[in-house]
Every structure is written in structure tokens, then in C-alpha cells.
Design a protein around this ligand. Sequence first.
Ligand code: ADP
Ligand code: ZN
Ligand code: ZN
Length: 747
Amino acid sequence: MTSRFADIIIDISSEQVDRLFTYRIPDDMTLVPGQRVEVPFGPRKREGFVIEIKDECDLDPTLIKPVLRTLEDYPVILPELIELSRWMKKRYHCNLVDGLRQMIPSQMRGGRVRKKQIDIARLIVQGEELERAIESNKRAKKRLEVIEALRDGPKPVPVLNSISPGAVNKLAEQGIVRVEASEVMRTPYRALEGEAAVDPPLMRSQQHALEQIKRALDGDGGRFLLHGVTGSGKTEVYIRVIRETLASGRTAIVLVPEISLTPQMVDWFRRRFGGDAAVLHSRLSAGERFDEWRRIRSGEARVVIGARSAVFAPLEKPGVIIVDEEHESSYLSDKRPRYDARDIAKWRAEYHGAVMLLGSATPSISTYMKAMPGVKPWNKLTLIEMNERVCGRALPEVEIVDMREELVQGNKSIFSAALVREMQECLDQGRQAILFINRRGYSTFVSCRSCGHVEKCDQCDVSMTYHMADDKLHCHYCGDERKPPKVCPECGSKFIRFFGTGTQKVEEEVQARFPGVSVLRMDVDTTGGKDSHEKILSEFRSGKAQVLVGTQMIAKGLDFPNVTLVGVVAADLSLHVPDYRSVERTFQLITQVAGRAGRAEYPGKVILQTYDPEHYGIQLAAQQDYRAFYFREEKQRRRGLYPPFTVLARLLVSAKSEMDAQNAAQDLEKRLNEFLDSDPTIRRDVIQMRALEAPLKLLRGEARWQVFLKMYAKEPSDRVISYMEELEEISYEKVRVELEVNPNAML
Ligand code: ADP
Ligand code: ZN
Ligand code: ZN
């Protein structure tokens, strides 16, 4: 008798068990790699992933424990995705199981989600037999109704029960109807399913893009950056590329930022691809996610639309992986494994000889750089440009308004004269306007006009935000709240005032200036509830409201044909965030939000209010000149030694006691120094490394220190980051250590 063995990864994320354990496969069990099983592990039973099957094993066979049972009767993880997990382990320094876990809906683990079954009734007699059945029940009107309802196919029992709960049972007893359990799929957004839409003829630039990509599809794949101005019709290109892919017998993944996965967008894809399309995002219920995932795994759905994690969708033959709005930071995972969905897309595309297509009107600097000359072949992207909007529509005209000048003219309001004028005109013509502000709340912070004192949170070293709804100051970090002071706690002055502007204030200002105009507001405060986001958008789409006031949430992806005016109330609020990407972010935001204007027949206008009108980020955003911005920003980064030329990383140390935080940080600094000194090629590339207080030195009552590192983005930087990951694992008493690599902000 030959035994067979399975090498298994236990579903526990810990370095101690991050290796293969061998189990015996019982004779009556067949197993393949990728299947999930239950195995004895120490004193307990654990779930595990089968990685390999083998016929021989060096260990003493009597010591090898058997696999207890399979959790599913099919491999949940494709061979390719096992391979990908191995790569992730190396690349992101995570455990193999951390990668494997990405490949399945999390609720499958521990059996927290099940198939949904309901009872279905079907007629099991036909022809003469059926006639006899009808005859014998001719006095039972309800039963006849049930038979009638079942003539054109099986029906769920709950539906039939609305006719008569007893009738189905009676018919089952008579052997006329059979009731059996049947699985139902929980399809998200079923209610929205509309009629199929047809493909419009392509514009010339779209056609050109499609042809280039198609050549790669027909050949052995390729990597593209589709840089198309707002309204150039990138989505239509994606759709046609997907059609070509499906026609060649392959499958497709489209990643979009979580926020633009609105039911409208999903519905749109469904109309074009019908049941071929599956959706994956965080607002699905566990059941919906499980069912969509299985539709993909079984090959029933061949197109996946989803947020970041959909890049791991278990499609067997991906022909194209599309990343829309590739510049969005939501493609970076901030939890372990800290992966970049674009890296995963690249890996999978290479594995399958498929196409990777990144798209954006405002590509990230680091992505665009890869489409420039001189890039190593394995990083190179082919640039495809679409410089015009569809149907010859013009990009909106942008007018910069200097708000300092407004003040000189005696206008203290948050609306410039130009914005009021344009709004009036827009509303008179029966069109809609979007007012964008890069903040939430009523005003930003409270400060004393006499001594400059700013009200700060006691727990966190940040200024508090005034919310009009409850007339209180809130800390956006820890949630602490309190009444705003009437006199300055520092000098006793009564001249305490509220600085800055927020969405509420803009909303009030519109109502005060344009009485009777209906305003919708969309920000973190109004989108707390389930679907509230979507309700606001569809109300605006319906035309019931004329003005939409909002934050970042309204900046991208939205396509409202009747919007002709976009007002950027304060363009420079994000310019001075302490982050090397703040100018890039500001440029992207302004370009994207400006791109919401004039997308259909009527031309668009944008009013850009700023206190910093000469800033290149503002100027070039107004000109909607991405390329000029890129060259300017690239020079800036090169000179300032910022990514992508360098890597920034820090070990953030927090503790209740300032002393503990400082000691741990200094110890980490010492260890890191020793590591850097161990290899001169590494030391040479380090520009800066030291332990110091974090800029935000108190947060939620904890003291914060950091070990900051800046080095050239060359080969050894990977090794340094791995070492910092090891340092992150050291446990100091009463201290928390977190590693951040090129974080969004270093506060
Ligand atoms: P982008 O994503 O590049 O900003 P969209 O894909 O949202 O642009 O397209 C802008 C608008 O143009 C949408 O309303 C879309 O339906 C429309 N559109 C795209 N391609 C065509 C086409 N070939 N013919 C007519 N309308 C089109
Ligand atoms: Zn004061
Ligand atoms: Zn706080």
C-alpha cells in the first residue's frame, strides 16, 4: 500500500508556523494543491491550505498525522495564486498564509459563511398524468393555481405559499410536485439590473488605443499607461478591451477605487456584460461576496469589477487586468501584507502573458516616470494618450481667482464675485453646479485673534475642529469633544474666532445667497449610513437639487451631464500638508474635480479660488497640463531627494510614557545603525537616519517617537526595509512599533 502525503500551511499568521507541515492523506480521500483541509495541530484542530502532494516522506510514517477532512471539494486556490503567495512572501516579507488568505473571502475561513438554500417546487408529472392530477384536484382552487404557476418552470416555495401555504404540501403528498433544496446566489444590486446596452461607435483616439492594446492581447501581453484627459472616454476603451479579451476565450479584471464603485457604475458594467460580470467590494455582505467569488471561481463570471483586493480574483485565464484611476492611494494596502495592487496586477499579467492597463487623467509621478524613455525594460510602460474629450467636447475653461485680491476689494465672504456671477448664470440656465472643498466640518480650527492661541485636543497634539451641528469642538483623531471657549483660555480675550471653511459653511452660504435653490452636501458626516453615498448622488443626478457641495468624495469618476460649473472653494488647502506628495495630490484633485464640468453638450466652467495663485501646482492644474506638471514635479522631487528617487521609511514608536517611547526609538536606532554599518554599499545609499520625536508628538494620549530613514531607491533599499520589518517585530514592554514605507503623511 502506498501512502500519499500533503504539505500543508496552517491557517495561523505567525512566523513560527510559517513553513510546510506534512500530513498523511487517508486512503478514501483525494486531495489536490489549493484545497483547504482540517488537520490536527498540537492539541487542537486547525484549518490549512494544501500546497503540495507527494508520494514519499522521509519522516517516520507512524508519526505523521492524517488529514481530518476537506473543507471544500475543490481547490479554492489556483496554482497560479499559490505561486503568487510565494512571491508576496518574498516581496512583502509576510507569511505565506498572509498571501493565501487574500485569495479567498475572509468569511470562508472558520466556516463563517455558507451557501444559501431555499426550497424549490417543481411539477413532476406531465401530459396525461398531469391532466389526471388536475382532474382529481378540480375542487381545490388553490392547488390548481399552484399547478398553473408551476407549468412554466419550478418556483421557490415561499412564493407559492403566497397562494396557499397548504396547497404545495398537499400536491407533494400526491406525488404531483416535488420540493427540493436548491442553492440561490446572492447577487448584489439585483434590483438595478436594467436592459442590455449597446456599444457606441468609438472615437478615433479610442479606436487607436484599442488597436494598440489588441495587438498586445493577440501577442504575448504588454503593459500600458492610458493617459486620457477627463471625459476622453477611458471607460469605453476598457469595455472594448474586455470584449476582445472575452472573445479570445480569456477573462478580465477591472480595479476601480472603492469610492467609485457606485451601484450606477456596477449597473453600467452589468448592462454591458450581463451575468458575465461579478462585483467585489467592501460593502457587500459576507454572503454576497462569497457567492460572487464562487461565480468567478467556477468560471461562470468572466469579468470582475472590484476594489483593491479584487486583483486576487480567482479567474483562470486573465487576458487583461485594468487599474482605473491608477494614481489613487487606495491601491496600496496599509495592513499586512502591505501590497500595491498594481504590483500584483503586473505579476499576474506577466504570469499569463496578459495585458496590464493602468488608466488615469492624472497618473502618479512614479507611474508616469515608467512611461518615459530610459526605463529598464522590466519596468517599462507603453504610453497611450487621449488628449481630447469625446465628441469634440472642450475641456472646461478654468479661471483662477486670487482671494487676497477679493479681500482687498472688501469681499470677506468665502465666495468670490466671479463664483457668485457664474453660479447665478448656471442656475438661471437650469444647469447644475458642484462646489468642492477639501475639508469637512464647519470650520477648521478655533484661534484667538489677540494672542494666536489655538484650541487643541488634550489627548492629541492637533487642533480641534468646530462642528456646527452640535456646536462643539471635535478631535478628528480620538473623537474627543467639548464646547468651544467663549474667551481665550490663554489671555482672556473675547476675540476668539473660527478659521477656515468647511462643507457646512459653503452649504449655508449657497442657501443665503440663492434662496430656494436646493443643495446637497456630501462629506464624511453625511455619508455615514449604508448607501447614503449613493442616495445623495442619485438625487443629484435626478436634477432635484441644483448644487452639490462636497469633499474629495465628489472629485473623481462622476459623470453628470448637466453639471456645467465647478467651484473649487479653496484650492490650496491641501497644498501645505506636510507630505512630499501634497502638490501632486492638489494637482490631481483640482484636475479631477474640474473634469466634472461640461461633460455633455454644454461647455463647462471652473472657478478656482486660491490664496496662492502663482503656485505651479495651481497654475498647471488650471491649464490642465499634466505633462508640464510632470516635468516640473519630477525636477522638484529629484532636487529635494524625494520618492520615487528615494525611499522614505520610519519606525513609529508609541507609548503611554514618553520615556518608554524615547528609549525604544533610541534602541531601534542603534540596531539599525549597526545593520547599516555592516555593509558599506548599504551605508553609502543612506541619506539620513535618526531617532527623533514624531511631528505629532502626542496622539490619543500616547507619546510618539520615530526612527526616520531616507535612502536612494536602489537595490539595497529592499534589504534595509526587510531589516526594519524585523525591527518592527521586536517587542518592547508597553511600547508599540509600526513600520511605514513611503506613508501618505508623516505626522
Ligand atoms: P473618462 O473616464 O475618460 O473621464 P468617461 O469614460 O466617463 O471618461 O466618458 C465620458 C463620457 O463620454 C461618458 O458619458 C461616456 O458615456 C461618453 N462616451 C465615451 N465614449 C463615447 C463614444 N465613443 N461615443 C459617445 N459617447 C462616449
Ligand atoms: Zn488669546
Ligand atoms: Zn484627540
